[in-house]
Design a protein around this ligand. Sequence first.
Ligand code: NAI
Length: 500
Amino acid sequence: MSDEMYDLAVIGAGPGGYHSAIRAAQFGAKAALIEKENLGGTCLNWGCIPTKALYASSALIQKIREHGEDFGVKCSVELDFAKAVERKNKIVRELVDGIGQLEKGWKNDVFMGHGKIVGGDTNSGFDIEIEGEDNTTIKAKRIIIATGSSPALIPAFNIDHERILTSDDILHPDFKEVPERLLIIGAGVIGCEFGNIFATFGSKVTMLEYLPSPIATEERMVIRELQKKFDELDIELHVSQNVLSVENTGDGVKATTCSADVPRDEVEGAEKNIFEADYCLVSIGRAKESSNLGLEEMGIGTERGAIKVNPDTLETDCKGIYAIGDVTGGVMLAHVASYEGDVAVNNALTSIGGFPTHHETTDYTVVPATIFTSPNIGSVGMRRSDAKDKGIDVAMGRFPFQSLGKAKCMGEEEGFIMILANKDNGEIIGASCIGAEAPELISEIALAMKHGLTIQDVSEVIHSHPTISEMVLEGAEDVFGMAIHRKGRPDLDLHKKLKE
Ligand code: NAI
């Protein structure tokens, strides 16, 4: 056991955890970071980064196939999947090494092994036992748990990691085969991203979704646009499917479904559908990684695996121990985990005293979300249906990529942006975008929303020409029916009212 008393120990080195340790060091704290597998967690090793690396290969293929000749560029396109995987693996390795270097640069101690809280309190410090490559016990005044999540496993789906795979398996550095036929269960974010990538790589993709729609949390118009693209890619999407079982048949997989409308006690006699493929990817959500952390012994409550926290401060039931990111069961997004890390670090260090920090409370009113299909999707704030439910009188601006000069030059004419504003006061309440650089465009709206800018404030900003960012300008002007490159019906009363 080391004699050192760390100010902060962070368990889990994903985008929540590694970020927290660095932030703590920036405030002058001595931090320890504990990780049982790889620095960077799911995001860098099995999630955001490797999928975006593969997505980049697929987007390049799509661009050349769909527009090469129009651009005057003649070439035949052939995928070298092993090379694409090698590129992905290299990007991951470099970023993971980079995290190690950053932690070292901030003089944080990194321990490789499973961390478990074995005792202590805020006065004497907490003891954390580490087992793995490093075997030791360390002491810390405060703890942040950032252990994340892992793919949800359902026994009936018989995930064997050979033919029936999770997203971790399909992103494994050694998975170097493009399946001829790929069955995807769950048409959420992960399912749609992989469906798009592998259909572009040449797989015959079939998707099974329980709900009546894929990516059900997005705007309806956005979903319809994505479905158009899936049709072009010959992706077969079956919605309202209750998947009853998945089997490895030796040289492939077989899934049995019935309609999701069939009541549970009538499933046995219901009409069944059979889907066969070479591999099956199960992407039906993620389970929180909260086992064997010593939670119960420390009096920390959980609910269906999620660590319970005070939603404002992110402190758990045990004073001095905080939890952030996927393991708390909140919004499962890397950037939310990092944000929560900032809040928890501030609160933890402020409670110790002597650091230039202050108490912070969480604010989730503006959380941008992205889906890296082709075209990309980005959204923030409310959808139209949310606004309607809340009784807000909404003015909507909508602008298509095909009317934007820069988008035409780039061959990126698919999709649109839609921006919602409160008719009473011009407050921006949400936006959705499907098309080129949608996630980046949504960042501008997120900035405006976070700082209370109104729709007219945004429409008064000079946007550089020709840029994709003009989508935001035109979308904002269209809220008044006054976009320059789209014939609308000017609402001069609204324009005048919001200007005043
Ligand atoms: P998800 O919750 O986005 O989607 C799961 C889908 O599976 C849902 O549509 C659900 O209705 C369906 N489903 C559940 N059980 C089913 C069953 N038995 N049969 C058929 N369909 C079923 O979860 P997903 O895609 O696994 O992603 C996990 C998390 O990772 C999400 O919170 C997501 O936001 C995050 N993520 C974020 C990314 C990004 O920001 N670009 C990329 C990938 C994941």
